[in-house]
Design a protein around this ligand. Structure first.
Ligand code: A3P
Ligand SMILES: CCc1ccc(OS(=O)(=O)O)cc1
Length: 302
């Protein structure tokens, strides 16, 4: 009974939080807090041994972050449980009244691992000047859209997505936070030609996690034994990460995990449970047009 009351109170408190406000930087929709701190973010001083994990939101960022942290710690599970993921690897552009990703990063000893959802053209120039290693993870547009819809529903840091039908149109227009999925994945893909970027795909990680983890290990210049790699595969599986309080954002008051958990389904092809036939046709046509100028290709089902 007492627990029921606590849960009900939490629910009421969450419902009273206003949804996130947005503004724009160079035509890209971003949280208002981020836009208001833009000079500080743009002028961030990267260091040559910084590692950056970049992605469009909901592409498998947290999964990649945990893989990287375990590789850096030679598969030591307890070390990777030292703190929640956003404290181990600061979220570069994240801004709250009392704290920010930039302040966290500046207070951190090197070598640092940072995370960003910024499109390539908005990445602070010091990352290019210092030639930092970057890992980018991308996910097929259909599953990415569904995952982002549920995230905007449960996360008051972002605007309310409205109905699924409304969100479908907003997402395709590119007027979502962090901008157009198409421009994001293509922009980072192109940058790969001139900069050390390991470009990963969520679907490849689903299909053969050990192969993809090995790629990350080699990119980081590490050499771990097979049994350590197996341990990392196991501890970064969806079921294990769902039970890990350090990868779940459980203490983020803006997130309502009862509405939709942070670790939601972790599958490829969930879009089939959400897209109408007409939406699928519209998206496929849109995809053909938008992806005509890139060699980048995605797998929509496994
Ligand atoms: N270990 C893992 N294996 C597979 N999917 C994972 C995963 N960890 C997180 N995810 C999925 O990645 C998405 C979140 O991505 P991000 O970390 O970029 O926010 C969610 O997708 P779903 O909403 O489709 O379940 C989440 O469930
Ligand atoms: C606004 C709070 C927020 C936004 C995006 C986040 O990242 S992720 O897409 O889940 O990796 C986390 C928190």
């Amino acid at each position: 009974m007492a627990n029921d009351k606590v849960e009900k109170n939490k629910e009421l408190e969450w419902a009273l939080i206003p949804p996130g406000e947005v503004s724009q930087v160079d035509g890209i929709v971003l949280e208002k807090n981020i836009c208001n701190s833009w000079d500080k973010i743009w002028n961030f001083e990267a260091k040559p041994d910084d590692l950056l994990i970049a992605s469009y939101p909901k592409a498998g960022t947290t999964w990649t972050q945990e893989i990287v942290d375990l590789i850096q710690n030679n598969g030591d599970i307890e070390k990777s449980k030292r703190a929640p993921i956003h404290l181990r690897q600061p979220f570069l552009e994240w801004v709250r009244t009392t704290n920010s990703g930039i302040d966290q990063a500046n207070a951190m000893p090197s070598p640092r691992t940072l995370k960003t959802h910024l499109p390539v053209q908005l990445l602070p120039p010091s990352f290019w000047e210092k030639n930092c290693k970057i890992i980018y993870v991308a996910r097929n547009v259909k599953d990415n859209m569904v995952s982002y819809y549920y995230f905007q529903k449960m996360n008051k840091g972002l605007p309310d997505p409205g109905s699924w039908d409304e969100y479908f149109e907003t997402f395709l227009s590119g007027k979502v936070v962090w901008g157009s999925w198409f421009d994001h994945v293509k922009g980072w893909w192109k940058k790969k030609e001139s900069h050390p970027i390991l470009y990963l795909f969520y679907e490849d990680m689903m299909k053969d996690p050990k192969r993809e983890i090995r790629k990350v290990m080699e990119f980081l210049g590490k050499n771990l034994k097979e049994e350590v790699l197996d341990k990392i595969v196991y501890n970064t599986s969806f079921d294990v990460m769902k039970r890990n309080p350090m990868t779940n954002y459980i203490n983020d008051v803006k997130m309502n995990h009862r509405l939709s958990p942070f670790m939601r389904k972790g599958v490829t092809g969930d879009w089939k449970n959400h897209f109408t036939e007409a939406q699928n046709k519209q998206l496929n046509e849109n995809y053909e047009k938008n992806m005509a100028d890139t060699s980048l290709s995605f797998c929509m089902e496994l």
